[in-house]
Design a protein around this ligand. Structure first.
Ligand code: C2E
Ligand code: MG
Ligand code: MG
Length: 605
């Protein structure tokens, strides 16, 4: 390239060749000199520009930020290496493409629509975008876009991979809400969840339980085996506790050897006690730590929302206090915050335990109460009524344990046993000269819902050899009204076995005539409560009267239960009730006494 010096020399030589006077020559030389000066400045500026551009290119290539320039529509004209590596595309495939075409994320279209809307409005946009590379890898990027110049100016896109920041943010949040040792929620997350749970429970009218658990003698483990062993023990405890609750419940560690369990949507206070007992049982299994076998126990305090308190603070304080009571009561147990509730639950739990072993220990027996037809006063059937013979406590009536057995499901095996017993016994009475004697057995709601009820009844009849027409099953209205269509199917199947069906305690429930007509019933049994005052209360008298008439209309047999005196009897006789059952004729009797009664031929006068 020719330099300014060459130019000057050439111009001077040309100038010498011109025939000019001194002044003119001088003037031209000055013009020439200032022209050369401008040239020199331009040259220097050009050189500087070149340097800047080279520098810019270097900066662009060495920066970790991905940068691209696109036309106004977003089609990329140029980009740096970082842009390619961040988006996961090659430089030559990027050029001419719109940025949204480079992002495989399913949301990309709507995101870029929003970006262009903002660019139209304000000329700039910045925000987080989830980017999916062609290889399927997804990550968070921070994208800023600016339009250069006016409405159709080029766009500069700058993007940064922020997944590392996001991950560490998530990690920080996780650590802020979890216990580092066990990974369980910590106090902070527990109180958040408790607040939410309280709000939800009060809206839905539900109950919550908060269980505060403190390990007994944990300090000895720490002191004796060292802190590392103590840590292992806490981790194992956390794992066991988590295994005892449902997914929606929370197990948290407050610190040290203190844990809290938050149980949602519990129906009965007993459930909390059941969980507490399960926790104690699972902690009672040996812990194996660094070749040592350890036995651990805990003390648990239970409080209930809304029974014991309506806010998080009160509930936490209650549970804590109840836990101290459990410790005071000798450790390795649980206590409910409210003493009355505590007594009730403990009694019920004890009864439940006793009931469970009662089945195994065969502590049940069946008494039979005669049913008498009113025409001749003859015994035509008996009702089988279960009794629980508790060692040292004597006979317990079904009113005390049937509801519990129903709740716990124990009624199913108990009911099955009663049915078997009643069928076998009645068959034996038939064989001893009382053929035709019918036996009624009560079904419980839970039993009625069992899928295998019908085959179970059929098998029992087959096994015991009892004529199916001599078996009557008593159901109640509430049992069959829960889901009428299913109930009809079950009742019809039972009916097809040849079994008689009776509606027990009639009048106490819905007394829905429409449904009654659809059920394949044989007998209505008037509830004891109406029979009781039938002779003295005109309302009860007309109810009983109506039920008797209605039964006749529906061609059902009708029986009055709980008949205790002559006045009731004469009322029922007058109204032509078919049968009666009650203390007036006989109380429920053990099988041998009932046999003697049958053998005596006793009749109702
Ligand atoms: P339920 O089926 O209505 O049985 C009649 C109840 O009335 C019996 O009480 C019987 O002893 C009592 N009773 C009979 N006559 C009189 C009377 O003249 N006066 C009075 N005050 N009471 C009388 P129990 O044996 O205590 O049974 C109570 C309830 O327990 C039964 O009512 C029945 O619902 C249920 N139950 C009894 N045994 C079983 C069973 O094996 N399975 C099921 N699921 N429930 C049973
Ligand atoms: Mg009954
Ligand atoms: Mg009854």
């Amino acid at each position: 390239m020719e330099t300014i010096h060459n130019w000057r020399d050439k111009l001077n030589a040309s100038l010498e060749r011109l025939e000019l006077d001194q002044d003119r020559r001088h003037e031209l030389r000055q013009v020439m000199e200032s022209g050369l000066e401008v040239m020199e400045r331009l040259r220097q500026e050009l050189e500087q520009c070149r340097q800047h551009s080279r520098l810019l290119e270097q900066v662009l290539e060495s920066t970790s930020e991905g940068i691209a320039v696109s036309d106004a529509k977003g089609d990329i004209e140029m980009c740096n290496a970082a842009f390619c590596s961040i988006t996961g595309h090659e430089a030559d495939t990027v050029r001419g493409q719109a940025l949204k075409g480079l992002n495989n994320h399913h949301d990309a279209d709507s995101v870029y629509q929003r970006i262009f809307k903002a660019l139209d409005d304000t000329g700039i946009w910045g925000g987080e975008v989830v980017h999916k590379r062609p290889d399927g890898h997804e990550f968070h990027q921070w994208l800023s876009v600016a339009r250069m110049g006016g409405g159709d100016g080029r766009l500069v896109w700058a993007l940064r991979d922020i997944s590392a920041i996001k991950n560490s943010e998530e990690k920080i949040t996780y650590l802020a809400y979890h216990d580092a040792l066990t990974g369980l929620p910590n106090r902070r997350l527990l109180s958040d969840r408790l607040e939410v749970a309280i709000a939800t429970a009060s809206r839905k009218n539900q109950r919550l339980a908060l269980l505060f658990l403190d390990l007994d003698n944990f300090k000895h483990v720490n002191d004796g085996l060292g802190h590392a062993a103590g840590d292992d023990l806490l981790r194992e405890t956390a794992r066991r506790l988590e295994g005892r609750v449902r997914d929606e419940d929370t197990v948290a560690r407050l610190g040290g050897d203190e844990f809290v369990m938050l149980l949602l949507g519990i129906q009965e206070p007993e459930y909390a006690a059941v969980v507490a007992q399960r926790v104690l049982d699972c902690l009672a299994k040996p812990f194996v730590l660094r070749d040592h076998e350890l036995f651990l126990s805990a003390s648990i305090g239970i409080t209930l929302f809304p029974d014991d308190g309506r806010d998080a603070e009160t509930l936490m304080a209650n549970a804590d206090m109840a836990m101290y009571r459990a410790k005071g009561a000798g450790r390795n147990n649980y206590k409910l915050f409210t003493p009355e509730l505590n007594d009730k639950v403990q009694r019920r739990m004890a009864l439940e335990g006793a009931l469970r072993s009662a089945i195994d220990n065969q502590e049940f027996l069946v008494h039979y109460q005669p049913k008498v037809e009113l025409d001749q006063g003859r015994v035509v059937g008996v009702e089988a009524l279960v009794r629980w013979q508790r060692p040292e406590l004597g006979l317990i009536s079904p009113g005390e344990f049937i509801p519990l057995a129903e709740d716990t499901g124990q009624i199913v095996p108990i009911g099955q046993w009663v049915l078997e017993q009643a069928c076998r016994q009645t068959k034996a009475w038939h064989d001893r000269g009382n053929d035709g004697l019918a036996v009624s057995v009560n079904l419980s709601p839970r039993q009625f819902q069992q899928k295998d009820l019908v085959p179970m009844v059929a098998e029992t009849l087959g096994r015991t050899g009892l004529d199916p027409t001599c078996l009557e099953l008593e159901v109640t209205e509430s049992m069959v009204m829960d889901s009428v269509d299913e109930a009809i199917v079950t009742l019809e199947e039972l009916h097809r076995l040849g079994v008689q069906l009776s509606m027990d305690d009639f009048g106490k429930g819905y007394s829905n005539l429409y449904y009654l007509k659809r059920f394949p019933m044989n007998t209505l049994k008037i509830d004891r409560s109406f029979v009781q005052d039938v002779a003295v209360d005109s309302d009860d008298a007309s109810i009983v009267d109506t039920i008797i008439n209605m039964s006749r209309g529906l061609r059902l047999k009708v029986i009055a239960e709980g008949v205790e005196n002559r006045e009731q009897l004469s009322f029922l006789r007058e109204r032509r009730c078919d049968q009666i059952q009650g203390f007036l004729f006989s109380r429920p009797l053990p099988d041998d006494e009932l046999f003697n009664l049958l053998a005596s031929g006793l009749r109702l006068q």
